[in-house]
Structure formats: structure tokens, C-alpha cells
Design a protein around this ligand. Structure first.
Ligand code: FAD
Length: 402
């Protein structure tokens, strides 16, 4: 009987095995995960779960019974140590398992601060796993002093949660503005103002020099020479695709596990999907770090493992929750040269539309799901609306779809 092994029991791995069974694959399926937990969703780790508004059970993508009922062998709590692509085997927990086809859904891991600058002190956290969220949760209490290093989505979401617990939050961003890697200045301005209105101290253009403390962190020294006391630190300075297993097996890497547009890697019968995969897009390559990408790519790969040859064309969308603001993003803003701002109907509702000349590339919609939905449909259809029409608050956005 054909055996499919999937390495990485996260969002992509769980979607892939479910799709195999839904589409009628009746061979053996093994899903191997390094974490002890059954597959769960990560977005709430920096949002509702950290706010105590969501139970651990609700994080699970499917109940454990799903895997039994669908005859999916789950092996949790042990990382795969090696892949032998010539003999089509993987080594895990001292055992060697043979595969006919293999999928790598190993995700990514957060960048950590080097030990030389205090990165290994106690009470210094990253936010990637359930274990990370559980470890930091007790520190979110009234009056505690938190330093957040990095003004990307993870850092800003953590700041929003912390401020709800009346934690004193200081966030430092080395670049000249928060969200500079992913968003336009207008979106950075919107979120800076939002956080400041909730009492978060945001310092842009200021880096961390080192963390202070003997055993656990007690403070920080910054690049401008200042020092400040802190009780705990959250580091949100980006992630690295988990490629070491693939690399050691001789599989090609290019800022992620290199795949073609069907999800195939350079090794025979080996596929990749999710955060760890680098895929062709336009004339270059891209690696997407989002739930929709993990699900959609995994489902395409599942079909292709069963004999289809479908191309994966990412429909890029993303979201972030901070305080009472829901940010929804559609499209990729790479190469934009013009931002069009549109005020929405509700409080704090606003959207920023990214154009390259006359071509609509992406939108950031804050508390404006209507603008988001319409922009998403336009982008997916390759349509670019008239800029003046977007700027005009009288325009009924729906009319742009015609
Ligand atoms: P993962 O979910 O990371 O799963 C990979 C799994 O592989 C891990 O469990 C890992 O332990 C395992 N693994 C790695 N190596 C091995 C090995 N050798 N052997 C066995 N197992 C291995 N995305 C959004 O779209 N919207 C959001 O609002 C959002 N918020 C987020 C908030 C947080 C705090 C985090 C951490 C992420 C967020 N994301 C969000 C990103 C999203 O969660 C990821 O893009 C998604 O989880 C990627 O899925 P994946 O399956 O590729 O990787």
C-alpha cells in the first residue's frame, strides 16, 4: 500500500493530510510533528488565546478523533532527524520509516537574539508555539514592564494584548518606522497612533544594544545609549524557514525549500508547502508566511501527490487584530509607487490602496471589510479601478466590480 509521510504537524501538514483523505487517498498516511500537541492554529497565540479569550481546545484545527477516524497515524513530540531521498526513508525517534511520497511542511522558527547580547536570559520570549504563549502568559499582569523588540505584526499584536492587561509596554523598532518591511507609511502611521492612544511607548529608529541581567532579564541598553528596566521581553524580529532537514538531505534551498509551481522539490517524490516553501512567482520567488498560503498550497500539493498536476497560484490575503481594529490585507504590495487613502464608514475605518502606476496591487483595510472584500475581488480578477473613484467617499465600492 502506498505510504505518504508528512513532516510537520502544523497548519499546512494538517490541511494536507485532511485533503488526501477527503479526496479519497486510501493508502497509508503518517503525519509527524515535533511538538507534543495535535495540530493547532497559531494566529490566536498572539491574540485571543493570550488574552484568555480562547481555550486550548479551540486552538486545535480538528479534534484528535478526526485523525483516528480517517486512519491518519499521528506521531507527535519527536522531530524527524534525517531524510534519505535515495532510499525514500525518514528517521524519527530511532526508527526508520519508508515512504512512497513525502511532504515537508516544517514551517518556520522565530529569529532569536544572540546569547552574547542576553538572548538566552530567563523571561525573554518569542511567540511561535503554544508552549511559548503558555510560558509568557503569567507575565501579563498589571504594572509589569515589558520590552517588545520589533515593530512587525507579532510585536504589535503582543503590545495590544499586553496593554489590555495594563502592562507597561515599550516597543523598539530599529527601522525608521514600525511595519516598514510589510506596509506603507500610511499604515504605519495608523497603527502608531492606535498604539499610542492605548499608552504603548513606541520608539522607532532605535535598536536594542543588549539585554541586562544575570540569570533573568532586568533591563535593556539601547543603541542611543539609554537604559531602562524591564521585567520581561518579547522578541518579534521575524522568522526563518525551517529548512535544515531538507538541506541536510541535499534538497535545493532558496530562502526556503525550493519548489516548482506544483509544490515539487528538487528531490524525487518530495513536496513542500506552507511557511517553509519558496515558490516561483512572476519572474522571481516568494515565500509566504500566512495561514491562507499554508492551507491552499497544502491542498494543491495533496492533489498533486495523488496524480494531478495543478499549479499553485497564491491568492494573497492576511489579517491582524489589534485592540478593536481588524486589519485585512489583500494582494502583494511589492513595487507600489502610489497610495490612495479612503475613509470608511465606521470609527477607525480606513483603507490604503497600493498602486503601481494605474495597476492595483494590494489593499490594507482597517475595520473596513467591505473595502477589503472588493479590493480582493478586483485584485484576483486583475482589474484596476479608477483612482479618483476610490478617493471619492461618495463612490459605492461595489460599482467598481462591474
Ligand atoms: P507551522 O504551523 O509552523 O507548522 C510547522 C510544524 O512543523 C511545527 O509544528 C514544527 O514543530 C514542525 N516541524 C518542523 N521541523 C520538524 C521536524 N524535523 N520533524 C517534525 N516536525 C517538524 N497568519 C495569518 O494568516 N494571519 C495571522 O493573523 C497570523 N498570526 C500569527 C500569529 C502568530 C503568533 C504566529 C506564530 C503566526 C501567525 N501567522 C498568521 C502565521 C501562520 O500561523 C503561519 O503562516 C502558519 O502556521 C504556517 O503553517 P505551516 O504549517 O507552514 O507551519
Amino acid at each position: 500500500m502506498a505510504h505518504i509521510i508528512v513532516i510537520g504537524a502544523g497548519q499546512a501538514g494538517a490541511s494536507l493530510v485532511a485533503k488526501l483523505r477527503n479526496d479519497g487517498f486510501d493508502g497509508e498516511v503518517t503525519l509527524i510533528g515535533g511538538e507534543p500537541e495535535i495540530p493547532y492554529q497559531r494566529p490566536p497565540l498572539s491574540k485571543a488565546y493570550l488574552l484568555n479569550e480562547m481555550t486550548k481546545e479551540r486552538l486545535h484545527l480538528r479534534p484528535e478523533s478526526f485523525y483516528h477516524e480517517h486512519n491518519i497515524s499521528l506521531r507527535l513530540g519527536a522531530d524527524v532527524d534525517a531524510i534519505d531521498t535515495a532510499n525514500q526513508t525518514v528517521s524519527v525517534g530511532g526508527e526508520t520509516l519508508s515512504y512512497d511520497q513525502l511532504a515537508l511542511t516544517t514551517g518556520s522558527s522565530p529569529r532569536r537574539l544572540p546569547a552574547q547580547i542576553g538572548g538566552d536570559l530567563e523571561n525573554v520570549f518569542t511567540v511561535r508555539s503554544l508552549a511559548d504563549a503558555d510560558a509568557m502568559a503569567p507575565h501579563f499582569r498589571n504594572g509589569a514592564r515589558l520590552l517588545i523588540v520589533g515593530g512587525g505584526y507579532i510585536g504589535l499584536e503582543a503590545a495590544a494584548v499586553a496593554s489590555k492587561f495594563d502592562v507597561e509596554v515599550t516597543l523598539v523598532e530599529m527601522a525608521d518606522r514600525i511595519l516598514s518591511r510589510v506596509a506603507a507609511k500610511e499604515t504605519s502611521d495608523y497603527f502608531r497612533a492606535l498604539h499610542k492612544s492605548h499608552g504603548v511607548n513606541i520608539h522607532e529608529g532605535k535598536g536594542l544594544k543588549r539585554l541586562l541581567g544575570e540569570k533573568h532579564v532586568t533591563g535593556a541598553e539601547f543603541t542611543d545609549g539609554t537604559q531602562q528596566d524591564f521585567d520581561f521581553v518579547i522578541v518579534g524580529v521575524g522568522i526563518m524557514p525551517s529548512t535544515s532537514l531538507a538541506e541536510a538531505a541535499g534538497i535545493e534551498i532558496d530562502n526556503g525549500i525550493k519548489t516548482d509551481n506544483t509544490g515539487r522539490t528538487s528531490a524525487p517524490n518530495v513536496w513542500a508547502a506552507g511557511d517553509c516553501a519558496s515558490l516561483p512567482l512572476n519572474d522571481g520567488r516568494i515565500r509566504l508566511e500566512s495561514v491562507p498560503n499554508a492551507i491552499d498550497m497544502a491542498e494543491i500539493v495533496a492533489g498533486n501527490m495523488m496524480g494531478a498536476s495543478n499549479e499553485y497560484i497564491p491568492k494573497v490575503w492576511f489579517w491582524s487584530d489589534q485592540y478593536d481594529v481588524k486589519l485585512q490585507i489583500a494582494g502583494l504590495n511589492t513595487g507600489y509607487n502610489r497610495i490612495v487613502t479612503r475613509k470608511g464608514e465606521h470609527e477607525h475605518a480606513m483603507s490604503h490602496w497600493y498602486f503601481k502606476d494605474d495597476k492595483l496591487l494590494a489593499v490594507d483595510a482597517m475595520n473596513d471589510s467591505r473595502a477589503y472584500m472588493i479590493a480582493k475581488r478586483l485584485i484576483e480578477a486583475g482589474k484596476s479601478p479608477d483612482i479618483a473613484a476610490i478617493e471619492n467617499p461618495e463612490t459605492n465600492l461595489k460599482s467598481l466590480l462591474k
